[in-house]
Design a protein around this ligand. Sequence first.
Ligand SMILES: Nc1ncnc2c1ncn2[C@@H]1O[C@H](COP(=O)(O)OP(=O)(O)OP(=O)(O)O)[C@@H](O)[C@H]1O
Ligand SMILES: [Mg+2]
Length: 482
Amino acid sequence: MATVLVVDDDSGVSRAFGLFLEKEGHRALVASSAEEGLELAERERPEAVFMDVRLPGMSGLEALSRMRELLPDSPVVVMTGHGTLSTAVEAVRKGAFDYLPKPLSLEVARTALGRALSRGASRAALEGARRELADFPPEALLVGRSAAMQELYRQIAAAAAADATVILVGESGTGKELAARAVHLHSARSSGPFVAVSCAGLPEALLETELFGHARGAFTGAVTSRVGRAEAADGGTLFLDEIGEMSPAMQAKLLRFLEAHAFERVGESQPRLSDVRVVSATHRDLAALVAAGRFREDLFYRLDVLRIGLPPLRERKEDIPLLVAHFLSAGDPARPTEISREALAALEAHDWPGNVRELKNCLERAAALAGPGGAIGPEHLPGHLAGATGTGGLPGSIAALVRRLVRERVAAGKAGAAGPGGEPLAELARLVERAAIAEALAVTGGNQVRAAGVLGLHRSTLRKKIEEYGLDAGRSQGAPQP
Ligand SMILES: Nc1ncnc2c1ncn2[C@@H]1O[C@H](COP(=O)(O)OP(=O)(O)OP(=O)(O)O)[C@@H](O)[C@H]1O
Ligand SMILES: [Mg+2]
């Protein structure tokens, strides 16, 4: 139960809203002017505020800043029947959590209330991590406090101070490219260029011109000459990613470059020189490739001078809250997305085979589902993360529905036989699907393109389902007929 303040001079609106709040199990406070609302806010410290824009005396937008100062942790939702783009922009600028057009439908009010309250409750989950994150300046590339990361920082600092060749080894998504940039940034070459080349995915001839450039007329279509990456990196750092994928012929050319810093553009015979420090990276076991005869041993020793290992995320799970705080404030530092304790716990329990990249992608997707400034719950995480323990990962009401349905069937002695009354699982899936579609339509104001985007459905699939469930605008809103 939460205390929610409604500020509206239209007593019809505030009475209806108050009743709605009480039916949802909350305590409603009602004020009919901004002044009265501020007074109540100060005295009662509501967990969320819904405030009209047009009010007698001080306007809602004027009161908004004061309200934010009084209740820094309580979201303020602004409502208006006379909205223009500039009111919306101003409301958001002044820190409104949400902006709702009037008249409010119950569905919209319920969604907004849920979002506002879960955000407030979620704020605490990342508090400690946010304080720690403050120690990392915005230009810090790598985030993490674990012993494994401290050791990595030590190795990066040592490599930065030297001018020797560096190789970064670690699983996919562990931050090899970031580490390469960090080595460059803290080295004496930091005022020179950092140039990255991926050695995977390019045919040999293309990789050669990419790396070493070509002369005009070197081959059909070479209408101009071209500077290669090795030359472009002169005075700086050349980052060779996925070095394990390089072909034997390219390996020979690279070896020569590492030994003499000399190379030729394709179609030229005059050698050129480029002063670079090479940093390479691979997620492969290069020594095993050497043993298998697929990687030159002499090149291997040239590359493997200073070796830095990147720890997989599952070996430094204590960094997860910090990384979550880092990625969630990347969108909008002034109003970062929050995350519930339950969802954070699910992230900490996962083993992250795709490492930090997988975590980052997972959070981006969850943040998009939760909406700007919203709170990520287990329902926004991929099923295999959130649903590990029965209904544990489900939000309350759906979990209750699942439990009720299953228990009713067990009590009715239907376990083991698919009696009449059909397929409970399919029925449940339909109920949830219908609710999700109705919700997506409600929050997008019936915009099918946006609703389809929200749900990750093709628009034509959405349209079919809208018909199937009788959700066409203005039509029956009753339960689906079995
Ligand atoms: N310690 C970290 N702090 C913050 N962000 C990180 C960290 N490690 C990785 N990332 C982020 O995770 C993503 C993957 O990192 P990166 O591209 O450096 O991985 P990689 O080891 O090069 O992976 P691959 O082998 O697949 O190329 C990037 O978006 C990067 O910014
Ligand atoms: Mg990479």
